[in-house]
Design a protein around this ligand. Structure first.
Ligand SMILES: C[S@@+](CC[C@H](N)C(=O)[O-])C[C@H]1O[C@@H](n2cnc3c(N)ncnc32)[C@H](O)[C@@H]1O
Length: 274
């Protein structure tokens, strides 16, 4: 079969762009390049591989896991089933945190920043890319996730320190900024099948109301912060009040800023002490 025939075949089952991305993945080229090789005849082995990828996608496996990569804030990150697929909302968290860092710490050179619950390293790596002079530490409880974070760090040439830790257990430094997108889905919350059946439960669920990680993190966070600090959290869209209460329970002399995401949902909480 030719490239053109294979695209037509894929389009019977999938959106045209997805079919092209899968085919390009097998042919190890850019999807936009396919237009130049429409008449090329493809070997049987590659056709079989392409059909297997189509089948995986029909069975609702996320495209990012099939391709093994995703784009996050301009960085091409490796992802697999051991890490959450980084979301658009988290790009907004990173963008707003960087703006706040520049405001609170105008000379942001030697800042120490911790990406707690780093997964693929999406947050910490974008921060290191945008603010090359800061020191970024990334930590997670999952060894498998940290392998991906480490691979991404090396692949992108972004130097970070990586620590395997159950929250703060193995952390012994103090930081100027702690940013986290912890697991925040309630244990019984209904979520899309494509998420619950494919993404790691360890990355998703945060106790009965999804608030356990905010409680655990905020309870101990003061021991890991300098006097002046920024804490930056992604939250579930119904958790704003509850997380504010937890923050006020454990921290004094703080300013709290909350922000909605682009779809108008409560999504970010910034806790600042100047
Ligand atoms: C929602 S994911 C966020 C991943 C990444 N930061 C992102 O935004 O794409 C939450 C991460 O928390 C990690 N995690 C779960 N329990 C943890 C714990 N007790 N200590 C540290 N990390 C934990 C999971 O392995 C997962 O990588």
């Amino acid at each position: 079969m030719t490239v053109e025939e294979l695209i037509v075949h894929g389009k019977k089952y999938l959106h045209s762009m997805e079919a092209k991305m899968l085919l390009a993945n097998v042919l190890e080229c850019d999807p936009l390049y396919l237009i130049n090789i429409l008449d090329n005849v493809i070997e049987d082995e590659k056709i079989e591989k392409y059909k297997k990828l189509i089948e995986a996608r029909i069975n609702n496996k996320p495209l990012q896991y099939i391709l093994g990569t995703t784009n996050f804030y301009g960085l091409e990150l490796t992802v697999n089933e051991n890490v959450l697929i980084p979301r658009f909302e988290t790009e907004e968290l990173v963008e707003n945190t960087i703006l706040l860092i520049e405001k609170v710490f105008p000379d942001s050179k030697n800042l120490n920043i911790l990406d707690l619950c780093c997964g693929s390293g999406a947050i910490g790596l974008v921060i290191k890319k945008k603010l090359p002079h800061v020191n970024v530490t990334m930590s997670d409880i999952s060894k498998n996730a940290l392998e991906i974070a480490s691979l991404n760090s090396k692949k992108l040439g972004l130097e970070t320190k990586i620590i395997e830790s159950d929250l703060f257990q193995n952390i012994d430094n103090k930081f100027d900024v702690i940013i986290s997108n912890p697991p925040y889905i309630g244990d019984d919350e209904k979520i899309d099948d494509i998420v619950s059946k494919n993404e790691p439960p360890l990355a998703l669920y945060g106790g009965p109301c999804g608030l356990d990680f905010y409680e655990r993190i905020l309870k101990d966070i003061k021991y890991y912060l300098h006097d002046k600090f920024i804490i930056s959290f992604e939250i579930g869209c119904t958790q704003r009040e509850a997380v504010l209460n937890i923050a006020n329970k454990y921290l004094k002399n703080i300013e709290i800023i909350t922000k909605k995401d682009l779809s108008g949902k409560d999504r970010m909480i910034f806790i600042v002490r100047k």
